[in-house]
Structures are given as C-alpha cells and as structure tokens.
Design a protein around this ligand. Structure first.
Ligand code: ZN
Length: 318
C-alpha cells in the first residue's frame, strides 16, 4: 500500500542579496548554515541551505539569491508564509529579539490555540514563529546567537493561498495523504506524518485573491518528504494518477527529487530523506565552504570566479 508523504522536507525561496540572506537567517533567526552550494540549474548563482544542527528534513529553508531580479508579489497559487516552531514560552523572547534587530513585528496573534509572531525578512519574505507545545526532543542549532532554550526547532508549517480550496485539498489529501485536522475562518489545516518537524500545511481560501508572482521575496517551491527512492516511486505513481505533470527523478546530490505543480499553481517537490547533507562535509563542518556536486567539481575554479564573495557565519561555542 502506498503511504503518503511524511511532512515537509524543505522550502525554497528567492532572495535578493546572498550576504543579507546569510546574515538574516543565521545572525537574527539563529539557524545553522548547513550548505553553501550553487543552483545546479544555474551554477553562476548560489543555493544556500539553513536548518537545525544537521539539517534534518522538516527544518530546512533554502534560498536562491537572485541579485538584481524584480520583487515578487504574494498572491494566490503561492506559499505565502513559512512558519517555524519555537517553544511556546519563547514567544516574548522572540518578539523582543526581532524588535531589537530592527525587524518590524506585530503583537502575537492566536491560531488554533497557539501564539503566532508574523514578520517579513529584508526582501518581504513572509515568516512566522509559532509557539508550539510539540517541540520536545528537537534541539535546533545551539552554536548560533540564540540561546539554546529559545532556538528555532524546525518548521511548523507552510501556508498556501488559494482561490479554489477543493482543487488543492484534493492534491494534499487524495494524492499526498494529508488529513484535514482543523478549520478557522477561511484557514484549513492539514497534517501528514507524525511527531517530526513540519507536518502541517495550512490552506487559506480566498476566491478573489490576485495571483502571485514568484520572484525575490517569495517562495519558489515547497518540498515534501519521501523516506526513500521506493517510497518516492510510489508517490510518483499517485501524482500521475491525479493527472498532474510530474518530472522524472532528478539527482539533487543531498536528496532525489520529483517536481509537479498542484492544481492551484504552487510548485511542489517530493524529496527523499536520503542521502542527506553529510555526504560531502562532516556534521561539524556543514556549511563552512562552497560544496559542489561531482558533476560540477571540474568547473570549480570558473564557478568560484563568477560567484559574488560572501563571508560565512562564525560558529559560537557556548
Ligand atoms: Zn527543492
């Protein structure tokens, strides 16, 4: 029997400046830079990965920095918010921290019983911190500037904005095996898997919403977890059955991926948990140098020449 996805694997967004992106996510949010590589489809640009201590699936936010590209517009057919979990009692800490770092943040709101802090990064990327009761056992990155007890514990959820709830719901529920678990006004909550980071997708239904435009400051795609290649193959069959156009398996070095656009327009990916980020750097060394996949290594000198220089975050030993 085919089992559905295990939750979120990673979210990939578009930013403007690679250095500003590195600084915001490591120095302000305290995530670990777990991989500095290039966009395999365009090696003249970076692909940077942030996550928890080793980049467990469900904790990984990645960016394509596209300097000089226009700003995107959040709208229908897009993931408009990426939400991280923090301990519930850490919400006041984060409200103060964000303010003190010059990030505009409103007072926490309540959603499905949890406090939510909403803010944007420097490019307008929609972010949230959800005070969650279910972060036990998750460590987060403890060698960054955020004290261990307040560290981000991976994803909570993503929010999709859709004009027609039912057509996205059918992909989530019938194809990927999410279950509907809640409803609050026009927000519908779905959950997959259990007990790990990032098991929730919210769909906000707004029939007359303007379509979004994917560029700087917006989410490029949302990736879900398959446990291995065999599981991904089964999921690919389910996606085909739903009359969705899905790519063949593409080797992304740290995982294997298939991509398809759900009926509402959001680009979805299904990525394998294996082999993970420690295949070309030890867990201690993650994100400390530019890594390239084997098929680009022979062009390293040229690739390095074409990339803008960046300074990498320093590890803090507490
Ligand atoms: Zn991806």
């Amino acid at each position: 029997m085919v089992k559905g996805v295990l939750g979120l694997h990673h979210v990939t967004s578009i930013s403007s400046d690679p250095q500003k992106t590195l600084d915001f996510y490591t120095k302000i949010l305290g995530l670990r830079l777990i991989k500095l590589t290039v966009n395999y489809d365009d090696p003249s640009t970076y692909h940077v990965y942030f996550g928890d201590e080793i980049g467990h699936p469900g904790t990984v936010l990645t960016f394509f920095p596209w300097p000089g590209q226009p700003s995107g517009r959040k709208g229908a057919g897009q993931a408009t918010n990426t939400s991280f979990s923090v301990p519930q009692e850490s919400i006041p800490y984060w409200q103060d921290r964000l303010k003190s770092q010059g990030v505009s943040v409103k007072a926490p709101t309540q959603r499905f019983g949890d406090p939510v802090l909403s803010f944007d990064d420097h490019d307008g990327q929609g972010l949230e911190l959800v005070g969650s009761k279910e972060v036990e056992g998750r460590i987060g990155w403890t060698h960054g500037p955020v004290p261990r007890e307040h560290a981000i514990k991976g994803f909570h959820s993503v929010t999709l904005l859709e004009e027609v709830l039912e057509r996205t719901e059918s992909v989530l529920v019938d194809t990927l095996d999410f279950r509907q678990v809640g409803e609050e006004e026009n927000r519908f909550r779905y959950e997959a898997g259990k007990g790990s980071a990032g098991t929730i997708v919210d769909v906000v239904s707004r029939p007359k919403a303007q379509r979004g435009f994917v560029s700087v400051g917006t989410v490029h795609h949302v990736a879900f977890r398959a446990s291995n290649d065999e599981h991904q193959k089964d999921l690919r069959q389910e996606i085909l059955k739903a009359d969705l156009n899905v790519t063949p398996v593409i080797n992304r070095n740290y995982f294997h991926s298939i991509y398809f656009r759900e009926h509402g327009g959001v680009l979805f990916e299904v990525a394998t948990d294996q082999p993970g980020f420690a295949i070309d750097e030890s867990p201690e060394q993650l994100g400390t140098r530019l890594t390239l996949p084997p098929w680009l290594e022979h062009s390293r000198a040229e690739i390095e020449r074409n990339l803008p220089p960046v300074s990498l975050p320093k590890r803090i030993i507490a």
